[in-house]
Each structure stands twice: as C-alpha cells, then as structure tokens.
Design a binder for this molecule. Structure first.
Ligand code: FAD
Length: 139
C-alpha cells in the first residue's frame, strides 16, 4: 500500500456557521485517526484549503465523503500525487486559522497579500502548509 497526498480548495456555503469548524475538526480527527489519514486544514471564513495524506484507498474514501458535504462547495483539486513519506504525520487534522495566513505568508506563496487558494498552484499550497506546520499543535 503506497501513500498519496491530495490538496484541494473549496468555498464555504452560506449556511455554514463559524462553530461548524469545530465540529468538522472533531469528526475529521476521529475518522482520520482510524484510517491513518493525516493532514492540515486552512480556513479564512471564506475558503477552505485542505491537504490529506494516507493510503490511496483511504484518501480517496475520505475525499469522496468530503466532496458531498453541503457545508462547502466548488471543490477544486489542486494536486494529487504519490508520495514516499508523510509530511503531516503528527496531525490527524491540523488546523491553520485565518490569523496564521498573514500578508507575508500570502505574498510568499501566492500572488497577493490576500489568501486566494483558487489562484495557487498545488505545489505552492502544499509548501505554504508545510511552512506553517511548526505553528500548529500536534493532534
Ligand atoms: P454523517 O455525519 O452521517 O453525515 C451525513 C451527511 O451529512 C454527509 O454528507 C455530511 O457531509 C453531512 N453533514 C454532516 N454534518 C453536517 C452539518 N452539521 N451540516 C450539514 N451537513 C452535515 N471528514 C473526515 O472524515 N476527514 C476529513 O479530513 C474531513 N475534512 C473535512 C473538511 C471540510 C472543509 C469539510 C466541510 C468537511 C470535512 N469532513 C472530513 C467531514 C465530512 O465531510 C463528513 O461530514 C464526515 O466525514 C462524516 O461523514 P459521514 O457521511 O460518515 O457522516
């Protein structure tokens, strides 16, 4: 069984409540732990950017559940690749809040000071999460 990494972006739906982020993280961590899925979720009250890694089967199953979730829409896969090693093995789902998405981070990994994940390459989106992982508590 080899490993894959998937990075996608989505837009939160208008009926999304800000407390839903806690519920999403709780269920994600519980489900992902059981399937050895690891990753990071960024959210800026408008867009989600998520990276999930694990076996091909588990990553695909997880994504297929996520894609039907009415709390977000317009999912675009930025990157999907086979990997040799996990980068987020300490996080069943780490959370990068809006406060970490500073102007400098957005300029370094995107074209502007604003978080615009639909305009990022898969590689830049992944590299941004990698750069921020040291700021995220292990879970
Ligand atoms: P059920 O709880 O039976 O859900 C049934 C259906 O209702 C599903 O379509 C579900 O999406 C939807 N639903 C559940 N709660 C709500 C709610 N409060 N409001 C509206 N609809 C709801 N899950 C993971 O396991 N791993 C992840 O990494 C992960 N990341 C996510 C990232 C984002 C941005 C979002 C929006 C969701 C994520 N989820 C993740 C949650 C995932 O979409 C499912 O809700 C969850 O996996 C449970 O699915 P289920 O069908 O087994 O459960």
């Amino acid at each position: 069984m080899f490993l894959v990494r998937l990075v996608y972006v989505s837009t939160f739906s208008k009926d999304f409540q800000s407390q839903d982020i806690e519920a999403i993280l709780n269920v994600s961590r519980e489900n992902n732990l059981k399937k050895y899925v690891t990753g990071m979720l960024c959210f800026n009250r408008k867009y989600f950017l998520q990276c999930i890694e694990g076996t091909r089967q588990n990553v695909n199953e997880t994504y297929n559940r996520i894609v039907t979730d009415p709390r977000h829409h317009n999912l675009i896969i930025l990157d999907y690749k086979e990997i040799a090693v996990r980068e987020f093995s300490d996080w069943s789902m780490g959370y990068i809040p809006e406060s970490k998405l500073t102007n400098d981070i957005n300029i370094n990994f995107g074209g502007t000071s604003v978080f615009s994940p639909y305009d990022m390459s898969g590689e830049s989106a992944f590299m941004m999460m990698l750069a921020l992982k040291s700021t995220v508590p292990a879970l």
